[in-house]
Design a protein around this ligand. Sequence first.
Ligand code: ZN
Length: 230
Amino acid sequence: MATSAVCPATAIAQGVPVDTIMTTVPQVSTTVVKPKPKVLKGKDVKVVYKVKTKDPVVFITIDDGSTVTESLAKYLDRNKVPVTTFAVSVTLWRHREWFRARKNMTFENHTWNHAHMTLISEAQRKHEVCGASQVARNVAKESPMYFRPPGGSFNKKVIDTVAKCGMKYLVMWNVEADGGVVRMSGRAKLEPGDIILMHYVPSLEKSLVHLMNEIKRAGLRPALLRDYLS
Ligand SMILES: [Zn+2]
């Protein structure tokens, strides 16, 4: 019988002979203090609309996750398009096999079910954000690093929740590229560091083809946010 894992008091109570009980206490230094994992506060969270970089890169971010197709998978894989996905948990889980099969894609936090974050209680906010990180961990085996609020709505309370759920960045966007149109306010070309918002809708593949042409035209290439924002 292995007694080393049994507490001596329990073992004695169970009638195990005293000479077979481990009685030595492992030496533990009292001077070594394990650093506590850092608990993030609202002030630690940065809100980002565009990444500061001189590299010729832009960031394709795709939200929600309701429509995914084999054709889209082929396009992304063939062109090795790096994508930062902000799918809601409900669709990330529903299409988990499709998402898991994508290379060059990271899975970030866009809430559990697209709640309007400034209109719900603290408990609901925590469920929407921390719960979504848990689902992403189940699907992708790693924690989201970024939060994107549905509809772009956030306030200080939302930022506090993002911190409590362990993320340092609230990621917005400065360019939109749905419906085959690239919308940039006040300029005609994409610029390094642009964060581009798209959605998993039926027109996504067509929008991506157009966007990739615009990216090339500006002398840029798409990159993963995680390579620039950590
Ligand atoms: Zn959304």
